[in-house]
Write a protein of this length. Structure first.
Length: 345
């Protein structure tokens, strides 16, 4: 497969001022913990020598077919390398390619910490627009990044675009669905359940009900991505590791488990001062994670069996807590800088 093309664009003039485990991940609650309100903004960075000597900023975009990064900094090999692999993987995923067709897909990095780490907007003939938090690109490995993008594509616009989705999904709407892994939990309602009508975000719950059409779209785009990551390992692609596959599956499982266990109110599991239910919720998330893990492993078709040995281990409540703490720390870092962004055009 050929690598992404680098397209230089010259822009004359001084630099201008520039300007969230997986899915929403409770970032709004995280931000309140960190003491931040509203959007985070930072100054754009340009090449100092160019700015001083001739006020001309050299800007480049990375592209692979009809998918491109609009503002990734090419100054740092790490951000360029991650962006390159993301473009290659998205371009090779047949489900993403079928969804896009011949439309363009533009990925723009943003210094954001109060919103989801990514969102995907389908503008029809105008193309598909992805916004990706710079802290996520900078601080997470490739498996988690493409896992989060699988959520954004598969849970949202790809699911909406699937034939007969609305009709097929109707039977799952507003129905209390037992949460896998919590069948024996003693709750006032009699059974631990999730319900799209009472969830923070209805399509998130509809996307984690096993057997539902939205869950199937999300799962399938993720499993194809796992195939592609394993292909890269076998082909000895630069930087490809088996851990990428493990991280991707971990991202998917932590996402669906945290949504299902909390009815998409994931900040309930955050290790924060005053959260008296946090320990119990993290125990629930771990149990749900392991139930989904078993289901996913058992449902793998024959051609995908090579992925099974790379599944992450069963999750413990302590590991769930560690995942939340890692997210907190990385969002805090994201408040301070966004070195992967070049918005100097």
């Amino acid at each position: 497969m050929s690598g992404p093309a680098v397209n230089p664009v010259n822009t004359v003039g001084p630099s201008h001022e520039l300007l969230s485990l997986q899915g929403k991940a409770g970032n709004a609650g995280v931000v309140r913990m960190l003491g931040e309100g509203g959007h985070s903004w930072a100054g754009r960075a340009s090449d100092p020598a160019s700015a001083v000597q001739r006020a001309v900023v050299q800007r480049s975009t990375l592209s692979h077919g009809n998918i491109s990064f609009t503002n990734v900094s090419l100054k740092y090999p790490e951000s360029q390398g991650k962006a390159t692999r993301i473009l290659e993987l998205l371009s090779a995923n047949t489900k993403v390619k079928s969804f896009l067709g011949d439309r363009s897909c533009r990925i723009t990095l943003e210094k954001r910490t109060t919103e989801a780490p990514a969102n995907v907007v389908d503008q029809g003939a105008e193309g598909v627009f992805v916004t990706l938090a710079s802290y996520y690109l900078e601080n997470y490995d490739i498996g988690y990044i493409v896992g989060m993008l699988c959520h954004e594509f598969g849970m949202h616009p790809m699911a909406r675009a699937a034939p007969n989705m609305s009709e097929e999904e109707e039977s799952f709407r507003g129905v209390p669905y037992p949460v896998p892994g919590l069948e024996g939990k003693d709750v006032p309602e009699g059974v631990a359940s999730m319900n799209s009508d009472t969830a923070q975000q209805a399509d998130h719950v509809l996307g984690v009900i096993p057997g539902s059409p939205r869950y199937t779209v999300y799962r399938d785009v993720t499993l194809e991505m796992a195939d592609l990551l394993l292909r890269d390992v076998r082909n000895k692609e630069d930087g490809a590791r088996e851990q990428d596959v493990t991280d991707l599956i971990d991202c998917f499982l932590m996402d669906v488990a945290s949504i299902a266990a909390t009815n998409d109110d994931r900040k309930r599991g955050m290790p924060r001062l005053g959260n008296s239910e946090g320990e119990t919720i993290r125990k629930d998330i771990a149990a749900v994670y392991n139930a989904y893990r078993t289901r996913l492993s058992q449902d793998l078709p024959l051609e995908r069996q090579p992925v099974k040995p790379l599944f992450p281990p069963e999750k413990t409540p302590e590991a769930v807590k560690a995942d939340f703490n890692t997210l907190l720390k990385r969002i805090a870092k994201g408040k301070m800088w966004a070195w992967s962004i070049d918005n100097s055009g």
